[in-house]
Design a protein around this ligand. Sequence first.
Ligand SMILES: Nc1ncnc2c1ncn2[C@@H]1O[C@H](COP(=O)(O)OP(=O)(O)OP(=O)(O)O)[C@@H](O)[C@H]1O
Length: 285
Amino acid sequence: MSEQPLLDVRGLTVKFGDSVAVDDLSFTLGAGEILAIVGESGSGKSVTAMSIMRLIELSTTGKIISGEINLRQPDGSVIDLCRTSESQLRRVRGNAISMIFQEPLTCLNPLYTVGNQIIEAITTHRPASAKAAHDRCLELMDMVRIPEAARRIRQYPHELSGGMRQRVMIAMALACEPRIIIADEPTTALDVTIQAQILSLILDLRDRIGAAVIFITHDMGVVAEVADRVLVMRRSKFVEEASVMDIFSNPQEAYTKDLLAAVPRLGSMSGKTKPERFVVSGAAL
Ligand SMILES: Nc1ncnc2c1ncn2[C@@H]1O[C@H](COP(=O)(O)OP(=O)(O)OP(=O)(O)O)[C@@H](O)[C@H]1O
């Protein structure tokens, strides 16, 4: 990790009316790092993600009450996403930071071909000729391992399997070569074999394009597969944060121990062996 984090979230507090959804949360993300945010349902993971994208106020009644979300720019300067203009935020979304959601069907437009939707993601931030955008679309489809891209580019979302649709979403998220990808439970809706393929794809893409990833999940098995570092949340609050190795071999907090106990093979790790990539849920990569 470089000395200055790519993203530095400090004291983030988000409320829905009087109800606190994220309470004084602080964490950092280094360049090229995969940070898993884990915790039970309702612990504040998705609200944190939506806040980083500054979509929380746009798409829900939630409000960022306090805190900073500092994003380091390629030139080394830092912008606080809590205090920047909407036009600057539009440049950040999909460009510096992009997001992959759990259920691609609700995010993809059923009336447009997947090719058109990927091309739109390509040209939203960077104007390109029709030919260049088409070629880039095929390249992205290839990168996310969609076979027969030249044929599938003309297909509609309903003609693709769930796993292929998720690959389309990932291609769209990669369109502008973001420095941060936020993946909110991207594999939850998929069966276990396809989950494993998507996880392996995300790891491969991190290595190829060097993007940092915030991976939101409630599945400690998935954490073991992909994460470098783990942030545990419970009831809107930070619980603990450590390397994936330390979380699995030496969890400090009772809540983290409980989460691990729910995954028996991982919970029983001695910590003597490096948990390179565990085999979990039958999903060996
Ligand atoms: N649109 C909304 N309106 C009102 N409250 C919300 C909304 N979205 C989230 N919340 C509340 O914010 C808190 C955090 O929710 P969040 O969705 O971030 O949890 P999560 O950890 O992502 O859970 P899950 O794993 O189920 O997605 C919860 O108490 C939830 O009820």
